[in-house]
Design a protein around this ligand. Structure first.
Ligand SMILES: Nc1ncnc2c1ncn2[C@@H]1O[C@H](COP(=O)(O)OP(=O)(O)OP(=O)(O)O)[C@@H](O)[C@H]1O
Ligand SMILES: [Mg+2]
Length: 343
């Protein structure tokens, strides 16, 4: 009983997915307490780096590409790791404040943070330091693809292979997991950001119109497709004409968008085929039966499952709530480890 009360006074452990596109925080026993775009906006000052945070998350994302001259909106994460340390630290601190993670006595929580397999030791240390500066009592890191596999409900603890493809904003990770660990891991530095950029450059060369990144993302979400053989759909987009510099409305078809996405999708497909060629044979046999699961926001790209099924001959399933798999899985994995080590 007294043990129970004591536990309630301690802050609950949290899992964090500090992604290229979105940051999520999951509190053990409570669920998702923060889900915001990984964007921070600073007030510009004459001395660089000394700016005050003017907005963070959704509010800051609205300012990306349209911030007035006294404000600067920054995305501190690139390809799943910290690209701008000072900005990441400020952003992280604001998110921790917003999520109200501390206990009634102001005690700090333990953090389990997802990191991509491609992160270097230096990049891992940067994430750890940013978390400690943001108010973590203790930091553990977990493989993002393992976390995603757990969150997708794959039987990662069993002695059989499962395959997960986690496509985020800036990376795609392919992993084969078995017995609670990662048996094979591959990645490409391609994700939703690169898809958006491909749409921008396609429209620029075909129509002579420059779209903003967020317009391109909207086009991708509404009429994007990973296959070309789809019934025609159209969407309007407004960009700036290269001819006269004036706003121009164009009508794009989903075939245009599919063609634009074909180039960045190729290396993703190749990475998955490479995984099937190089993972341990017994595990590949298991995967031939169970298929693969897609997680991360990229899993929501229309027909991606169909395309990957055609390319590999495997069954492909999109995870339930793909955008939250990694953070949910990290929390579940962390509490399993706790239960195992503390009785
Ligand atoms: N319906 C959709 N169709 C296509 N792409 C989508 C859709 N919904 C979201 N996305 C894309 O998913 C990406 C964000 O996914 P997610 O939040 O999993 O990335 P992240 O975890 O922040 O990035 P990373 O894991 O690379 O660090 C964005 O690029 C977004 O445009
Ligand atoms: Mg991610």
């Amino acid at each position: 009983m007294s043990h129970h009360i004591f536990r309630r006074l301690l802050p609950r452990p949290v899992a964090v997915d500090l992604g290229t596109a979105n940051t999520l925080i999951y509190m053990h026993g409570k669920g998702i307490v923060l889900n915001q775009p990984s964007v921070v906006c600073f007030q510009k000052t004459p001395s660089p780096g000394a700016g005050r945070v003017a907005a963070v998350g959704e509010e800051a994302k609205q300012l990306l590409g349209r911030s007035p001259t006294n404000l600067e909106a920054i995305r501190p994460m690139r390809h799943g790791v910290i690209a701008d340390f000072a900005a990441a630290e400020h952003m992280f601190r604001e998110f921790v404040e917003m999520a109200r993670l501390r206990s009634v006595f102001g005690l700090r929580a333990e953090f389990t943070i997802c990191v991509p397999c491609s992160a270097t030791q230096v990049e891992r240390r940067a994430i750890r330091e940013a978390a400690l500066a943001a108010g973590a009592a203790k930091v553990s890191l977990i493989d993002e693809s393992l976390a995603a596999a757990v969150g997708a409900g794959l039987p990662v603890g069993e002695a059989r292979g499962s395959m997960v493809v986690d496509m985020g904003g800036g990376t795609t990770e392919v992993a084969v997991v078995s017995l609670g660990g990662v048996a094979y891991q591959g990645f490409v530095r391609i994700g939703g950001d690169q898809f958006d950029a491909a749409i921008v450059s396609y429209v620029r060369s075909l129509y002579g119109v420059v779209l903003g990144d967020q317009t391109a993302e909207h086009v991708k979400k509404t009429i994007g497709s990973a296959t070309l053989d789809v019934p025609t759909e159209r969407a309007r987009a407004i960009g700036r004409s290269l001819v006269d510099g004036l706003p121009r409305t164009i009508e794009l078809s989903n075939h245009d968008v599919a063609e634009a996405l074909a180039a960045p999708l190729r290396p993703v497909v190749d990475a998955i085929k490479l995984a099937l060629e190089n993972a341990p044979p017994e595990l590949v046999t298991d995967i031939a039966h169970s298929g693969m699961v897609l997680t991360g926001g990229g899993a929501l790209l229309a027909n991606l499952d169909k395309r990957l099924a055609e390319e590999t001959g495997l069954a492909v399933r999109v995870a339930h709530e793909p955008l939250t798999c990694a953070v949910r899985g990290a929390s579940a994995a962390a509490s399993c480890v706790d239960a195992a080590s503390f009785g």
